[in-house]
Design a protein around this ligand. Structure first.
Ligand SMILES: CCCCCC/C=C\CCCCCCCCCC(=O)SCCNC(=O)CCNC(=O)[C@H](O)C(C)(C)COP(=O)(O)OP(=O)(O)OC[C@H]1O[C@@H](n2cnc3c(N)ncnc32)[C@H](O)[C@@H]1OP(=O)(O)O
Ligand code: UBL
Length: 287
């Protein structure tokens, strides 16, 4: 086979790029490192999902498949040198349906989530995730509940169906009540779906707080190093006897308790900030 003469030069340049430029970028450019690490994170999850799909497909769409995904994802924290410390796991009610609510900083939340995910617990996710290739299909097979955030009525009726499922099929649900990722060192106002869900099903709410990632991860600064994160499970909040009228106060109370813990367990004691590092390594808080 004859190659176009210039092709050798191109191949040689590509080889040089692989051998020297990429490692050099890795070592000397934190932004490139951030980019590679995030690309690998997503790519690795997509790859693992390809492996998980046939195994999960044997059972069809089933919440028990979430155990398989969980086991397959647990090692990722070691690849990234992230120490996840879990506290308060004894607060999970032993055998009953409940609604977990947790803060949502980034797609890295998957690491903390898999660390504590209880049995028969399904996350509620935005519908767009269903189209994330193999990851979307794996999520669907594991029973992840998808909602269309652009159609409030549809999202609410899905949540109401979930309330029925909670009771009849003994499942737990994991909701990110901020409704979107938020990495600004605080928590967004909580949307009320999770709280309506818990009140409709009359099941407890289990709040979970993941400490700020800002010591080791900041999207804005393109910074991603190794680090540690604490996942704190708070005592369950009962909803027995509450009505829809009680939902706003309930949501505020839970958010307040979570924010207090978030500030307490985030390493700079203030829950980070807008990850703006001042000279001297002090993180300026923007709460
Ligand atoms: C091995 C490889 C595996 C690879 C696979 C991948 C790996 C792992 C698998 C699992 C991991 C998956 C993890 C996925 C995480 C994804 C996280 C997300 O996608 S977060 C985004 C989606 N989640 C949410 O949005 C949840 C929080 N949102 C809400 O609760 C919202 O309220 C809503 C979505 C229900 C509606 O939102 P919106 O349209 O903005 O409307 P609101 O203003 O919030 O509400 C309008 C009024 O309606 C009231 N309301 C809300 N819910 C109910 C209800 N159920 N019943 C009755 N009324 C309800 C609400 O209170 C508002 O009224 P008001 O008078 O203003 O209070
Ligand atoms: C062939 C199609 C290829 C698509 C490639 C998509 C790449 C996605 C790869 C892996 C997915 C990893 C699963 C991570 C799960 C966490 C999801 C997540 O954190 O979603 C964000 C969502 O909560 C809030 O979204 P917004 O902040 O509102 O936005």
């Amino acid at each position: 086979m004859e190659l176009w003469p210039g092709a050798w030069t191109v191949l040689l340049l590509l080889l040089l790029l692989l051998l020297f430029l990429l490692p050099a970028l890795w070592f000397y450019s934190p932004s490139a490192k951030y980019f590679f690490k995030m690309a690998f994170y997503n790519g690795w999850i997509l790859f693992l999902a390809v492996l998980a799909i046939p195994v999960c497909a044997v059972r069809g769409r089933n919440v028990e498949n979430m155990k398989i995904l969980r086991l397959m994802l647990l090692h990722i924290k070691y690849l990234y040198g992230i120490r996840v410390e879990v506290r308060g796991a004894h607060h999970f009610p032993p055998s009953q349906p409940y609604v977990v609510v947790s803060n949502h900083q980034s797609s890295l939340d998957l690491l903390g989530m898999m660390e504590v995910l209880p049995g028969r617990c399904v996350p509620i996710a935005k519908r767009e995730l269903l189209w994330a290739g193999s990851a979307g299909l794996a999520c669907w097979l594991a029973g992840v509940i998808f909602i269309d955030r652009k159609r409030t009525g549809d999202a609410i009726s899905v949540m109401s169906e979930v309330a029925q499922t909670l009771l009849t099929q003994d499942v737990r649900v994991w909701v990110f009540p901020e409704g979107t990722r938020n990495h600004n060192g605080s928590m967004l106002p909580f949307k009320r779906g999770a709280f309506h869900l818990a009140v409709q099903a009359q099941v407890p709410i289990v709040p979970i707080v993941m400490s700020s990632y800002q010591d080791f991860y900041c999207k804005k600064e393109r910074r991603f190093t190794s680090g540690r994160c604490q996942v704190r499970v708070l005592p369950p909040v009962p909803t027995e006897g509450l009505t829809p009228d009680d939902v706003p106060a309930l949501a505020d109370r839970v958010r307040h308790s979570m924010l207090t813990i978030f500030r307490e367990i985030s390493t700079d004691g203030r829950g980070g900030g807008d990850c703006l590092k001042k000279p001297g390594g002090v993180v300026e808080a923007r709460l």
